[in-house]
Ligand binder design. Structure first.
Ligand code: MN3
Length: 204
């Protein structure tokens, strides 16, 4: 199997009270697991793609055979998005950013508060299911973008740095229809050390 569900790097209840344990368990063990299983089922039809990474597949989505292109877009996309999502959160997270990402957010958006406001707006304004991401283009320029469904920033040659899942499965048990409250709370889970590592690797 080319793709594997990564272990959650902390306990299901580690992000309480911001994200509840039951949501984390279902989200990781059922939703993310399903994206992995469906991506593997699609790749089985084209074994020649078995050696490709999820980033390669999404980066070259237009060259993926047509009969599995939608399945890869949705499920390899979902696998890529969630794999990043788990790592940019952590227990004892939140607060102000540090290191290179703090400087970059200041230079690009004018400061962390302005960045938060724009990401929150993209997340709350995303119609239906999707994500809001901080992305870097090939020149390293940062921007905030909303994506529908499991569309990945990799599909447009953007590197996702940090993002928030605004599918209802990410918040409905605890927050019901109050997506804005969930996004506000989600900022309290951000693991800035992990985000700095991701951010540094863009130019490694
Ligand atoms: Mn999700």
């Amino acid at each position: 199997m080319p793709f594997e569900l990564p272990a959650l790097p902390y306990a299901f209840d580690a992000l309480e009270p911001h994200i509840d344990a039951q949501t984390m368990q279902i989200h990781h063990d059922k939703h993310h697991a399903a994206y992995v299983a469906n991506a593997n089922a699609a790749i089985e039809k084209h074994p020649e793609l078995g050696g490709k990474t999820v980033e390669d597949l999404l980066w070259g989505i237009n060259t993926v055979p047509e009969d599995i292109r939608t399945a890869i877009r949705n499920n390899a996309g979902g696998h890529a998005n969630h794999s990043i999502f788990w790592t940019i959160m952590g227990p004892g997270g939140g607060g102000n950013p540090n290191g290179r990402i703090a400087d970059a957010l200041k230079n690009t958006f004018g400061g962390y508060d302005a960045f938060k406001e724009q990401l929150q707006k993209a997340a709350v304004g995303q119609f239906g299911s999707g994500w809001a991401w901080l992305v870097a283009d090939r020149a390293g320029k940062l921007s905030i973008k909303g994506y529908p469904n499991q569309d990945s920033p990799y599909m447009e040659e953007m590197t996702p740095i940090l993002g928030v899942d605004v599918w209802e499965h990410a918040y409905y048990l605890k927050y019901q229809n109050k997506r804005a409250d969930y996004v506000t709370a989600w900022f309290n889970t951000l693991n800035w050390d992990a985000i700095n590592s991701r951010f540094g690797s863009v130019w490694a």
